[in-house]
Design a binder for this molecule. Structure first.
Ligand code: SF4
Ligand code: SF4
Length: 182
């Protein structure tokens, strides 16, 4: 357990309640570049291409407003089970990679203000944007998955689906704010 894990100077979230599972069922959290090696090592899969094919999808990602224009930042996210849930969600509704869960899962929670969460989310997305600008592994894996048709559902559609299910009372969890999930 990496209880002292930090990203961008922020300690990981340590709370643990059932409500969070709504996110895992509908909107698996996105990875930052540092997550790639961390998760692949945890899964004992040093070959990153194989790791990506087996465990990740190319997500349309997030649209942010910066320097006077809208830009899209494409992200890697966990692959999905046949029911749409994150592939790392166990049958017992636990995260099988909790110690190394993706940044968008590990560093956000109910105790944060909207402003804090947005700022931290943006910091992670900037790291992803830098990987794209520099043609790093993160970007190359995204393109490989995309061209192989391993594409995640749109976050907008996934969020709408989650809200509809929650509103219909078809799920017993509440889910915390999900704007950080791309
Ligand atoms: S990686 Fe873990 S915490 Fe993140 S969505 Fe998947 S099951 Fe949930
Ligand atoms: S972030 Fe909120 S919903 Fe998720 S485990 Fe913590 S308290 Fe529960």
């Amino acid at each position: 357990m990496m209880a002292d894990r930090t990203e961008f100077g922020v300690a990981r979230t340590v709370c643990d309640c059932r409500a969070c599972i709504a996110n895992c069922r509908f909107m698996a959290g996105s990875l930052i570049p540092a997550d790639l090696h961390r998760i692949s090592e945890y899964l004992n899969e040093p070959e990153l291409t194989r790791f990506a094919f087996d465990n990740l999808l190319a997500s349309p990602g997030a649209i942010i407003f910066t320097r006077g224009r809208l830009i899209r930042i494409r992200t890697l996210v966990p692959a999905r089970r046949v029911d749409g849930a994150c592939r790392f969600l166990t049958a017992g509704d636990r995260c099988s990679i909790h110690a190394v869960s993706p940044f968008s899962c590990s560093h956000f929670g109910c105790s944060q203000s909207r402003e804090e969460a947005d700022a931290l989310s943006l910091r992670g997305l900037m790291e992803v944007a830098k990987a794209w600008q520099q043609g790093e592994l993160y970007a190359r894996l995204w393109l490989m998955l995309y061209h192989a048709g391993r594409i995640a559902p749109s976050p907008v559609e996934a969020r709408a689906r989650m809200r509809a299910v929650l509103a219909a009372g078809e799920y017993d969890g509440d889910g915390h704010s999900t704007s950080e999930r791309r």
